[in-house]
Design a protein around this ligand. Structure first.
Ligand code: HEM
Ligand code: NAG
Ligand code: NAG
Length: 323
């Protein structure tokens, strides 16, 4: 009996050690560049700082860039690759075309980081650090970013269009399922949606909500209708803030809006519409500490989605193309 159980303990031990030691499995770590590029944090931060000072929305755009990178084949910088005559990447995919922003800021960061430490820091890691710095710059929580991701050599338009990134028309169960498919819980999903406390959305994506839905505050709907005509095709790209009150502050107002039926997107309001996530929305709406702490946990989890590590992928010289 004793011999049998010590044998199985030994067996588990050996299996765990061999998984940890295998070259295809490597962990990200917060000190990945501490020797090879100690200036990476101050360098990224200085560029984010000036970009967000110039245009606060850019902070929102950089946070979303990280989300859209991570949800399509992991956080591998694939979203940054430009199309060429022989290759179509993720930039023109439905969720990204005319929508995702921040590529010039990533270029500026990459150029500065390459000067400090050539060929060392991946574009995927730059996006992760820039997302954190943006949240901090807009008044949100701070955290240590895990690093060591490498860049993909390719990108997948089909994957970006496959529905892995949920559309704003998604139901609550669709949102939960799509996050679950990435290893993220319903709680992670509700906390991450709190990023809609910053940034803007286009009329075409909330038109049906402000004209047709009933779980919406009527004066809020009227306010949004003023700059988003009913007729499809007119004013499609007109912008409205996702958070009606404080669009440039990373705060808990997003959740308060949901309690007031002032969610801009259908996919926002479903989080507080009589379903399983109502209580969490209520909690976050009055407990900033809890929102921040769950948001940070979920951002770190999202940043862990199938990174390329070890000898997989490459460190791109230019974030827009493979080496
Ligand atoms: C839960 C599912 C989600 C849906 C359905 C969704 C959908 C959208 C849509 C439709 C827009 C506006 C795009 C446009 O007008 O072109 C948007 C903007 C934004 N999203 Fe999400 N999103 C989701 C989750 C997230 C997550 C997880 C994050 C980050 C952690 C995020 C961060 C943002 C930010 C910051 C903006 C504003 C970007 C800007 O102003 O440039 N979203 N989202
Ligand atoms: C992306 O948007 C442009 C307009 O800026 C449009 O011409 C093009 O057809 C769109 N691409 C796709 C694949 O939808
Ligand atoms: C409202 O819903 C109807 C029926 O689904 C649809 O045909 C119409 O385009 C919607 N209106 C707007 C402004 O989205």
């Amino acid at each position: 009996m004793a011999a049998a159980s010590s044998f199985s303990v030994m067996y588990v031990f050996v299996v765990v050690i061999s998984i940890l030691g295998s070259s295809t499995y490597a962990q990200l770590s917060t000190n990945f560049y501490s020797k090879s590029c100690p200036k990476v944090f101050s360098t990224v931060e200085s560029v984010v700082e000036s970009a967000v000072s110039k245009e606060p929305r850019m902070g929102a755009s950089l946070v979303r860039l990280f989300f859209h990178d991570c949800f399509v084949n992991g956080c591998d910088g694939s979203i940054l690759l430009d199309d060429t005559s022989s290759f179509t990447g993720e930039k023109t995919a439905g969720p990204n075309n005319n929508s995702v922003r921040g590529f010039e800021v990533v270029d500026a960061i990459k150029a500065k980081v390459e000067k400090a430490c050539p060929g060392v820091v991946s574009c995927a890691d730059i996006v992760a650090i820039a997302a954190r710095d943006s949240v901090v710059k807009l008044g949100g929580p701070d955290w240590d970013v895990k690093l060591g991701r490498r860049d993909s050599k390719t990108a997948s338009l089909a994957a970006a269009n496959s529905g892995v990134i949920p559309p704003p028309t998604a139901s609550l169960s669709q949102l939960i399922n799509r996050f679950q498919a990435q290893g993220l819980s319903a709680k992670d999903m509700v906390a991450l949606s709190g990023a809609h406390t910053i940034g803007k959305a286009r009329c075409v994506l909330f038109r049906n909500r402000i004209y047709n839905e009933t779980n919406i505050d009527s004066s809020f709907a009227k306010l949004r209708q003023r700059n988003c005509p009913r007729t499809s095709g007119s004013g499609d790209n007109n912008l409205a803030p996702l958070d009606v009150k404080t669009p440039n502050s990373f705060d808990l107002e997003y959740y308060k809006n949901l309690l007031n039926k002032e969610g801009l997107l259908h996919s926002d309001q479903v989080l507080y519409n009589g379903g399983s996530t109502d209580s969490l929305v209520k909690t976050y709406s009055s407990n900033e500490k809890k929102f921040y702490s769950d948001f940070v946990t979920a951002m770190i989890k999202m940043g862990d989605i199938t990174p390329l590590t070890g000898s997989n992928g490459e460190i791109r010289k230019n974030c827009r193309r493979p080496n």
